[in-house]
Design a protein around this ligand. Structure first.
Ligand SMILES: Cc1noc(C)c1-c1cc(NS(=O)(=O)c2ccccc2)cc(C(=O)O)c1
Length: 130
C-alpha cells in the first residue's frame, strides 16, 4: 500500500545516492560503464553476468530492488567480475584488483554507516510479503 511505496521510494533514493557517489570517484572509472567488448573481445567468454555502475542506476529506476541485499547481489558482481577476469600478478591486473577491493569496501562502509538497520528490516518484510 502507500506506506510501502514510501519506503521503497526512500530505498531508491539511498541506492541512487550511493551509486552516484561511486560513479564520481576517479578510482572507479573503469566500473562506470559496461566493459567494452570491442576493447576486451574475450570478456563474455569468461564473465557470465557483466555488471557496472550505470546498469545499477538503470535497475534502480526500473524498481528492480526491494531490499539492499538484492542491490548488493548485483553490485558485488562488479568487483567479483574484475577479480575473476584480472587474476594475474602483472601490474595492470593488480591495479584493477586493488580498485575492485576498494569498491567492495567503500560500498559496504557507506551502507553500514548510513543505512538504518530498522529501515533495512522494513524493506525485507515488504519483500517477504510479496
Ligand atoms: C572493468 C574491467 N574489467 O576487466 C577489464 C579488462 C576492465 C577494464 C576495461 C577497460 N576498458 S573499457 O573500454 O572496457 C572501459 C573504459 C572505461 C570505462 C569502462 C570500461 C578499462 C579498464 C581500466 O582499468 O581502465 C578496465
Amino acid at each position: 500500500e502507500e506506506q510501502e511505496e514510501d519506503v521503497l521510494r526512500e530505498l531508491r533514493l539511498f541506492l541512487r545516492n550511493l551509486t552516484e557517489r561511486l560513479m564520481v570517484d576517479r578510482r572507479f572509472k573503469a566500473f562506470t560503464k559496461p566493459v567494452d567488448i570491442e576493447e576486451v573481445p574475450d570478456y563474455l567468454m569468461v564473465i557470465q553476468k557483466p555488471m557496472d555502475l550505470s546498469t545499477l542506476l538503470y535497475n534502480i529506476d526500473e524498481h528492480k530492488y526491494v531490499t539492499v541485499d538484492e542491490f548488493l547481489s548485483d553490485a558485488d558482481l562488479i568487483w567479483q567480475n574484475a577479480l575473476e577476469y584480472n587474476p594475474d600478478r602483472d601490474p595492470a591486473d593488480r591495479h584493477i584488483r586493488h580498485r575492485a577491493c576498494a569498491l567492495k569496501d567503500t560500498m559496504r562502509v557507506i551502507i553500514r554507516d548510513e543505512l538504518d538497520k530498522d529501515f533495512q528490516r522494513i524493506c525485507e518484510e515488504i519483500r517477504e510479503s510479496r
